[in-house]
Design a protein around this ligand. Structure first.
Ligand code: 3AT
Ligand code: MG
Length: 341
């Protein structure tokens, strides 16, 4: 099977790849949230702000995750961060208080999950039908949300590729960190890295450029070039279509990536070695079987949730997707990328 892989590694993009462009773009379009959904999210956020401000006038609410990073598909839950100016040592206490406040205001299914890895309050708003998770002082997530959103503004193909990859991952069951597969955040970073590596590059490395935005959160300095509108048509010397990119993305993760030695790094816009990061040995639960460096918390490997069983699942799904993109007459059907409208 190594030989087969070697042969496949030299695989040339299928000849009729351009034929796949229209259906893939149609899938992307069908996943974009309609404008009314944005309005409803704003409405819910305004309600939450009103309720929270009464109790904690100094606090602020921020949207983060897919409802704010521009990689949210239609009907996603929203992620909200309740931020205080000071450190909160007893988050449970605040979350229970918050759950109390929300409960008494007609919000449904209010639940404080104080023992979760990221403790949250969950709720459903019957007026808008939107479900929402509220966490406390997770400002790094608010900042990495902005980084993703800024990358998405540079070239439309990032959002197109990431929507298709996220949709594929959800429908193939490889987007669940509690089952040892990857988070949506990890998949988007994989897409950004991939577009930084195309030749010519479709995305720049914003953290390698002049700093125009900088904040320090939990002792981590987050700095990068955020005046992305100044970049003009950055990726335009690369004319690859979405179909070519989807094909190449899966082919890269199926047959091109060196899982044994490489770490993908959006921060540096390149591949770095596991040895350099000392990610070669298993320490505790960190196995480093697929390495995706967090752009800001550089000691954080987003692949650390992946174990020796789920790595096989994930890699086989990449291989399956690559082969379908190569040989299948209707890849979008076989990949479970059915149109959602
Ligand atoms: P969905 O559309 O909800 O699947 P999402 O972009 O909301 O995608 P997640 O639900 O995985 O992504 O995560 C919500 C946000 O939390 C995204 C990112 O800003 C932050 N985040 C998630 N996982 C991590 C992590 N391991 N380290 C740092 N930030 C993270
Ligand atoms: Mg989310």
């Amino acid at each position: 099977s190594r030989r087969v892989r070697m042969l496949k590694r030299q695989m040339k993009c299928r000849g009729d790849i351009h034929r796949l462009n229209t259906p893939l773009l149609a899938i992307y379009e069908s996943l974009i949230p309609p404008v009314e959904e944005r309005a409803k999210q704003k409405q819910l956020l305004a309600l939450l702000e009103k309720l929270v401000c009464k109790e904690w006038p100094e606090s602020r609410l921020y949207l983060y995750g897919s409802c704010a990073n521009s990689f949210g598909v239609s009907k996603s839950d929203i992620d909200v961060c309740l931020a205080f100016n000071e450190d909160i040592h007893n988050k449970s206490e605040i979350l229970l208080k918050l759950a109390d406040i929300l409960q008494s205001d007609n919000l449904q299914n209010v639940q404080a999950l104080t023992r979760a890895r990221v403790p949250i309050v969950k709720l459903m708003d019957p007026t808008t039908g939107i479900s929402c998770d509220i966490c406390i002082n997770n400002v790094l997530a608010v900042v990495n949300t902005k980084l993703l959103r800024d990358y998405a503004k540079i070239d439309a193909r990032l959002r197109q590729l990431a929507f298709i990859v996220k949709h594929w991952a959800k429908s193939r069951g490889v987007n669940a960190t509690y089952q040892g597969t990857l988070s949506s955040y990890a998949y988007v970073l994989m897409c950004i890295h991939f577009l930084q590596q195309r030749s010519p590059a479709i995305l720049p490395c914003l953290q390698g450029m002049k700093t125009t935005y900088s904040v320090t959160v939990d002792d981590v300095e987050c700095a990068y070039f955020d005046r992305v509108e100044k970049l003009g048509n950055y990726g335009s010397s690369n004319q690859e279509s979405v179909a070519e990119l989807v094909w190449a993305f899966f082919n890269y993760w199926a047959y091109g990536h060196d899982y044994a030695n490489s770490v993908i790094s959006v921060r540096t816009g390149s591949i770095i070695s596991k040895r350099e990061k000392e990610w070669t040995r298993r320490i505790g639960n960190d196995r480093h079987l697929i390495c995706i460096e967090d752009p800001f918390v550089v000691s954080h490997d987003l692949g650390r949730v992946v174990d020796k069983f789920s790595i096989r699942v994930v890699r086989e799904e990449f291989e399956r997707a690559a082969d379908i993109m190569q040989y299948d007459p209707h890849p979008w059907v076989t990949l479970n990328l059915n149109l959602t409208f």
